[in-house]
Design a protein around this ligand. Structure first.
Ligand SMILES: Cc1ncc(COP(=O)(O)O)c(C=O)c1O
Length: 403
């Protein structure tokens, strides 16, 4: 270990010297590009307890109710990443002795399970088969066997690009068996339907930097009336002070102080949510589906395979099988260096992932990421057909682009 002489202040280059002259296009699994209004809002600092912030908070809750599709007033911002919102969900509804059924499809659903066991939950893991959505039938079989208090599920497993398409049926089963249903919609919210009230979901969490196309570090959570009542009645001490919903209520509903809110991130989130409301959810869902399908077809036309079969495939993040001879890290580096485009590696498996969330779903971004992927692979010796892929993408976008 080198010894640092901390009596001398260090000199380091400023941030603008670290960053490339031209920003890289973020086409990975998040964060994603943000609109200029969101970036501008994120550059401001205001008083966290002033009247402007109070109006922003009121409006964020209103806008978020539309995005979550809920009438529940129990909507909160969370200072922290998507994982902080997951932790807030778990901390509030799980305590020692609570029985939790954790549906496991991959990396992020395992995180829910770990968080629940850390606060004393008694966990049972229900694992989906590899690269497949969890079947409602399997969930019901487990719910019949044991009485649970809480069920956790991820709508879209960003890690392996699996979409739990039977979430509405599973939420209905949770209701039938008297279990609180906690959903991670970090990757999916506003990219595909999620109807909190209609489907009977009790807690939904999301991050800022994915479907919402805001900045990382400020997240959202919504509780149903039933989840709220459960929290009010709990006697077990809340293990996390920051995530105690009863304390957060002070800031989010009483104009009071809990902790200093991340004002810049909240201003950005406000703008991102407002832009979603202007676009409207149905139009936004259609844009995501259209762009993702076009890209999927084009990747296949290029000669590459997709990791997940269509029935279980997530639209918001696409998993692509790499040819055996290709090193994923080297591919990502080449795409960044030569084409200024970033995509993501994997959490296991010989795949790379391209995001289709929020601002990533624009035709000019699709053309650029596909070109960068194809040209990089070709230059690394993979036998793929770049022109065929590009032509397919253009064809798909022409066929499906309205106006
Ligand atoms: C489905 C899902 N859940 C949770 C998370 C965690 O979010 P964060 O990295 O912001 O903590 C992610 C992040 O990739 C995710 O994709």
């Amino acid at each position: 270990m080198t010894t640092l002489d901390y009596s001398v202040p260090p000199t380091v280059p400023p941030v603008d010297e670290i960053l490339p002259d031209e920003p890289l296009l973020l086409m990975g699994a998040g964060p994603v590009p943000v609109q200029s209004r969101v970036a501008a809002a994120n550059s401001m600092v205001i008083n966290h307890l002033g009247s402007a912030m109070s109006q922003v908070v009121t409006q964020v809750k209103l806008l978020a109710q539309y995005v979550f599709q809920t009438n529940s007033p129990y909507v909160f911002g969370v200072s922290g990443p998507g994982s902080a919102a997951m932790e807030m969900a778990i901390t509030n509804v799980v305590w020692p002795g609570r029985k939790v059924l954790s549906i496991k499809n991959g990396y992020f659903s395992s995180r829910f399970e770990e968080m629940a066991s850390r606060v004393g939950g008694e966990n049972t893991i229900l694992e989906a088969s590899l690269n497949h959505y969890i079947e409602a039938e399997a969930v019901e079989a487990e719910l019949k066997k044991n009485q649970y208090d809480v069920l956790t599920i991820v709508q879209g497993e960003t890690s392996n690009t699996v979409f739990n398409r039977q979430l509405p049926e599973i939420a209905a089963l949770a209701k039938k068996y008297g279990v609180l249903c906690v959903v991670d919609a970090v990757c999916t919210l506003s990219t595909m339907p999620l109807c909190m009230d209609k489907w009977g979901i009790d807690v939904v969490v999301t991050g800022g930097q994915k479907g919402l196309s805001s900045v990382p570090g400020v997240s959202l959570i919504a509780f149903s009336e039933k989840a709220w009542e459960t929290i009010q009645k709990r006697e077990a001490r809340m293990s996390h002070w920051c995530f105690d919903t009863r304390l957060a209520y002070e800031f989010w509903h009483n104009k009071g102080y809990h902790y200093t809110a991340p004002v810049s991130g909240l201003l950005a989130l406000h703008e991102a949510l407002r832009l979603i409301c202007i676009e409207t959810l149905p139009v936004r869902f259609e844009r995501h589906l259209r762009c993702s399908n076009a890209l999927q077809h084009a990747i296949e036309a290029m000669g590459l395979g997709l990791f997940v079969e269509p029935q279980s495939r997530l639209n918001s993040v696409i998993g692509i099988n790499l040819p055996e001879s290709i090193n994923a890290e080297a591919l990502l580096a080449r795409m960044s260096e030569r084409y200024l485009v970033e995509i993501s590696g994997s959490f296991g498996g010989h795949i790379v992932r391209i995001g289709q969330m929020g601002e990533q779903c624009r035709s000019h971004h699709l053309l650029r990421v596909l070109h960068a992927l194809g040209m990089s692979l070709q230059s690394m010796g993979a036998g793929i057909d770049v022109p065929a892929g590009m032509a397919e993408l253009e064809k798909q976008l022409l066929v499906t682009t309205k106006n």
